[in-house]
Design a protein around this ligand. Structure first.
Ligand code: CP
Ligand code: NVA
Length: 308
């Protein structure tokens, strides 16, 4: 029977914190948890959740994943803890890691997450920063693998903002050798460091394509993916971004130009009629709710590896 392996890196801050072998192992373990072929207990282990931003899926999927492992969670937010008062991260991290066995943190600046990891004696998981959302990408590629069995020849097109979700998809795409196309308005391209790092990993395979034309990007694509145009913390940019992203909605017109067996993904929460139509979310091609379910299985697997 396959059992969780200890990962080489202590933390999971980025898609690049696992090797491709470790990544595939996490997905395999996740599949076994999902199919109820694996039952592992981490009794008395505690996951600390620190959420500086709102969350439904990430918070609940972590809580349920930990309870399925027979462990428990403590959920902290800035208003009910001393974090909102401005207690230094290096103090919070040192204290919490004496109580908890692993920490999952959702915050704004990626450098704050790295600061937690620097001072925590226990593994730290990125539950979303402005730069990356690697737990989301784990579930996304798990969903893609369920559909297409392996990643060979899969073309993943992300239409929308070159944001945290896009960055993590690109990095795993590079690790797995998946062709990733990003279609975004000018000025909304993914982070330069992420693009350069991905290109290094892809070596000279030209598999990362960034364009401003969604129709070119979806041609022959197997996976159409989008996320909100304005992320958490960008509420003041909503009006401007809604205008800039006009024409970047995943709708039936765009879907028709993709591969005939293409699937549609969205990390949720969605703004229907903005980045995606209600029809696309509810269509037969949508795997959006399977993808949301997979957050729980993928994170149960990740936790079991980090706690091993
Ligand atoms: N996709 C995702 O991370 O959702 P939440 O913001 O609800 O956690
Ligand atoms: N890009 C979005 C993802 C939400 C899950 C945000 O950061 O708000």
């Amino acid at each position: 029977m396959l059992n969780p392996i200890k990962l080489a890196n202590k933390n999971f801050l980025s898609s690049l914190d696992t090797s491709s072998e470790e990544f595939l192992h996490i997905l395999e373990i996740a599949k076994n948890f999902k199919n109820k072929k694996l039952n592992i207990e981490f009794k008395d282990k505690v996951l600390g959740l620190i959420f500086d931003k709102s969350s439904t899926r990430t918070r609940v999927s972590f809580q349920v994943a930990m309870s399925r492992l027979s462990g428990t969670t403590v959920d902290l937010n800035p208003t009910t803890s001393q974090i909102g008062r401005g207690e230094p991260i290096k103090d919070t991290a040192r204290v919490l890691s004496r109580y908890c066995d692993v920490l999952a943190i959702r915050t704004f600046k990626h450098s704050d997450l790295e600061e937690y990891a620097r001072w925590s004696s226990k593994p730290v998981i990125n539950a979303l920063t402005d730069l990356e959302h690697p737990c989301q990408a784990l579930a996304d590629y798990m969903t893609i693998k369920e559909e297409f069995v392996d990643f060979k020849d899969v073309i993943l097109t992300f239409i929308g903002d070159g944001n945290n979700v896009a960055n993590s998809l690109i990095l795993y795409g590079a690790l797995l050798g998946v062709e990733v196309r990003i279609a975004c308005p000018k000025g909304y391209e993914p982070n330069d460091l992420v693009i350069n790092r991905a290109k290094e990993i892809y070596k000279n395979k030209n598999l990362l394509k960034i364009t401003n034309d969604p129709f070119t990007a979806v041609r022959g694509a197997n996976v159409l993916y989008t996320d909100v145009w304005s992320s958490m913390g960008e509420e003041n940019l909503k009006e401007e971004k809604d205008k800039d992203f006009f024409g970047f909605t995943i709708d039936q017109n765009l879907v028709r130009n993709a591969d005939k067996d293409a699937i549609i993904l969205h990390c949720l929460p969605a703004y229907r009629a903005k980045e995606i139509t209600d029809e696309a979310i509810e269509s037969k091609k949508s795997r959006i709710f399977e993808q949301a379910e997979n957050r729980m299985h993928a994170q149960q697997s990740l936790l079991s590896c980090l706690l091993s």
